[in-house]
Design a protein around this ligand. Structure first.
Ligand SMILES: NC(=O)c1ccc[n+]([C@@H]2O[C@H](COP(=O)([O-])OP(=O)(O)OC[C@H]3O[C@@H](n4cnc5c(N)ncnc54)[C@H](OP(=O)(O)O)[C@@H]3O)[C@@H](O)[C@H]2O)c1
Length: 291
């Protein structure tokens, strides 16, 4: 795994990231984690953080099952995964705004398969001030983030119990600790996911299953780009101004690379993390002002 030092402002969105703006850290970091023999279900994995996790897990030997809405994107994502351990990666198409679709997809899959690692992840809600938001957006976001996590966890936990191995990892946000301005609905629902996660961790720990959350800081993906663009439009300033303000608040003075979130997810997914349970870990370059 390579850790990047990212040039402020210029790198935001996959697809128009100029990779020459990424400077490799002088110290190249390698993790020696094995997920060989493990089946990992990774949600929201056609791009961004989910795809980075799938790449990291496959390099560590896991067989990956990807879920998202876009079939072509899923096929492309699967083609980018490591098959060094002769894994046969697969994908399921499902829209997380429709929990019944997610339920149908996972229940069909687990009839013949066991999942050892579940990564709950999906797209974030559109930015907006909470005072202006409609009730329906709260309900939709709750379905997409909390209900789908519940549907997936409920489906895979029996197999995890039988295997005496389970890792549930939720990709959330640092807004669980400190709400982020102009992300009203997101802030509200993220806290619910963190609480769901902690509650579940208490119930399943005895069976060898851990449930942990990653509180993602600003990470260079399409999602971050959309947040920056929304804030720039709201304030009538350029995206560069917004990006610089965000970076200035991060002690590391850069955005994160999705691979850096994936590295923490790989550790949490591994046997080495067996006594790490019920925690929410910020991976944010030190950007969250809490202890
Ligand atoms: N990047 C950041 O700085 C940051 C910071 C804090 C929190 N987060 C949160 O972390 C999560 C991942 O972020 P990201 O930056 O990787 O986001 P991203 O680049 O927007 O990727 C989102 C992924 O989720 C899938 N997805 C979106 N809506 C879906 C739906 N309705 N059903 C199924 N799959 C869906 C997308 O695939 P398809 O379009 O193919 O479905 C895509 O693979 C998001 O919840 C985001 O809000 C990100």
């Amino acid at each position: 795994m390579v850790l990047f030092r990212i040039t402020p402002i210029s790198l935001i969105k996959e697809g128009f990231v100029n990779r020459s703006d990424l400077h490799l850290c002088p110290e190249r970091q390698q993790m020696n984690i094995s997920l060989s023999g493990k089946y990992a279900l990774i949600c929201g994995s056609t791009q961004g953080i989910g795809l980075a996790i799938a790449k990291e897990f496959s390099s560590a030997g896991a067989t990956c099952v990807l879920i998202a809405r876009n079939k072509e994107g899923l096929e492309k994502a699967v083609s980018q995964l490591s098959i060094a351990h002769l894994q046969k990666h697969q994908y399921l198409v499902a829209d997380f705004t429709k929990p019944s679709e997610v339920k149908q997809a996972i229940e069909g899959f687990i009839k013949n398969n066991t999942i050892h690692i579940l990564v709950n992840n999906t797209g974030g809600p559109k930015p907006g001030m909470i005072a202006d938001e409609d009730e329906q957006k709260f309900l939709d976001t709750f379905q997409q983030h909390v209900i789908c996590n519940q549907v997936l966890a409920k489906a895979v936990i029996p197999g995890m119990k039988e295997a005496r191995y389970g890792r549930i990892i939720n990709i959330i946000s640092t807004s669980v600790r400190i709400p982020i301005q102009n992300l009203g609905v997101s802030n509200t629902i993220r806290a619910a996911v963190a609480s769901w996660s902690k509650t579940l961790s208490n119930e399943v720990a005895e069976s060898g299953i851990t449930v942990n959350s990653i509180l993602t800081g600003y990470t260079a993906t399409a999602r971050l780009q959309s947040v920056i663009e929304a804030n720039a439009a709201k304030r009538g300033v350029s995206t560069e101004v917004i990006a610089k303000e965000m970076i200035d608040k991060i002690p590391a003075k850069r955005f994160g690379d999705p691979a850096e979130i994936a590295a923490v997810a790989a550790f949490l997914a591994s046997p080495a993390a067996s006594f790490v349970n019920g925690v929410s870990i910020p991976v944010d370059g030190g950007g969250t002002g809490t202890i």
